[in-house]
Design a protein around this ligand. Structure first.
Ligand code: HEM
Ligand code: NAG
Ligand code: NAG
Ligand code: NAG
Length: 321
């Protein structure tokens, strides 16, 4: 065994040990691993099946399912508020500006339908979002992590709630750190969770400002190709990294060569507070995977409903009547 190989197996072992520790990581009082053990024992299996079928038809939905869970948890906590439709007298989160281009609702709806057929009124839509995101990441060849269950669904979904809670793509690192800090996620979590952008795409509306204003931190050939993508207007789109349906460390490698798509991506490499974390993840994707799992476990427990607050929605896009 060469020295490099030995080093590699050592790092793998270290990560296995850390993974074991992460599995035992802090779980909020509201949640538990076997929450549906008696009431809907096949819940996780059903979710995995429907997600698997959906991704087989359209692998780009993995990104969308991950993003739905993120947008759910950052606004009003993980309570499926992102899924509620607008009504005559209320504009819901999903119709806020920050939500344009959210996708995957129909996958969540089919999962819920399959669950209702087996165990009606038992599994919350917020848990469905958490499980679907985990399965999507895993099926895109990312890490697998346990998801404690028992979230309850909220009844409030208001477009303006997204304004302060969701990070805009043009903010500097100080502001990003603050937004994540508000929901109990630290700088390391912020950089690791931004790695969610190893999947998916963004539209020109989200990055066109960077094309003009950030020539120094934007690779020339990428600038050119993005420029031509955006000639047609805001609806053009580009992948976050070269492997946009595969969950891997390429996102961070692109940042180190100034090929980040959003300003909020590239700034992670350009800012002294976070540059070292980016470089470490770029060199060691296993460490990124480990940090991402930990970040997702924390993100999945933001501001949970307590006791009998909220409800178990019967249909994910409307509150129970
Ligand atoms: C650091 C702060 C973040 C900002 C500023 C941000 C911003 C954005 C923007 C602007 C888009 C593209 C929207 C569009 O143009 O269509 C996007 C897409 C996406 N975001 Fe983020 N995001 C952040 C963090 C996260 C986190 C924490 C996750 C998940 C862990 C995530 C997952 C995704 C995914 C997967 C997509 C692609 C969706 C698709 O292809 O359907 N993002 N994000
Ligand atoms: C509500 O949203 C769902 C997507 O989750 C959509 O399929 C449905 O048509 C919408 N229903 C109404 C009444 O707008
Ligand atoms: C980051 O942005 C905020 C608000 O736009 C501004 O107050 C702050 O000075 C900026 N920080 C840096 C380091 O540029
Ligand atoms: C999926 C979804 O509901 N998207 C909506 C997001 O908000 C815009 C308005 O800003 C709507 O046009 C989209 O339909």
């Amino acid at each position: 065994m060469s020295r490099a190989q030995m080093m590699k197996s050592f790092v793998r072992l270290l990560i296995l040990v850390q993974v074991a520790a992460a599995l035992a990581g802090p779980v909020a009082a509201e949640l538990s691993m076997d929450y549906y053990g008696m009431t809907c024992p096949f819940a996780e299996y059903i979710v995995r099946n429907v997600v698997g079928e959906a991704l087989m038809k359209d692998p780009t939905l993995a990104a969308s399912l991950l993003r739905l869970h993120f947008h759910d948890c950052f606004v009003q906590g993980c309570d499926a508020s992102v899924l509620l439709n607008s009504t005559d007298d209320n504009t819901a989160e999903k119709d806020a500006q920050a939500n344009k281009s959210l996708r995957g609702f129909e996958v969540i709806d089919s999962i819920k339908e399959a669950l209702e057929a087996q165990c009606p009124g038992v599994v919350s839509c917020a848990d469905v979002l958490a499980l679907a995101a985990r399965d999507a990441v895993f099926m895109a060849r990312g890490p697998y992590y346990p998801v404690p269950l028992g979230r309850r669904d909220g009844t409030r979904s208001v477009d303006s709630d997204t304004f302060l809670a969701l990070p805009p793509p043009i903010k500097n690192v100080t502001v990003l750190i603050e937004i994540f800090d508000k929901v109990g996620l630290d700088v390391h979590d912020m950089v690791a969770l931004s790695g969610g952008h190893t999947l998916g795409i963004a539209h020109c509306a989200s990055f066109k400002a960077r094309l003009q204003a950030e020539t120094e931190t934007l690779d020339g050939s990428l600038a050119k190709s993005l420029g031509s993508v955006c000639k047609g207007g805001d609806s053009g789109s580009a992948p976050f990294d070269r492997t946009s349906t595969r969950f891997d460390g390429v996102y961070y490698r692109e940042l180190t060569s100034r090929r980040g798509l959003l300003s909020s991506d590239q700034t992670l490499f350009e800012s002294p507070e976070t540059t070292e974390i980016v470089s470490t993840f770029a060199m060691n994707p296993d460490y990124f995977f480990y940090s991402f799992m930990q970040g997702m476990q924390k993100m999945g427990q933001i501001n949970l409903k307590e006791g009998d607050e909220g409800e178990i929605r019967k249909t994910c896009w409307v509150i129970n009547s």
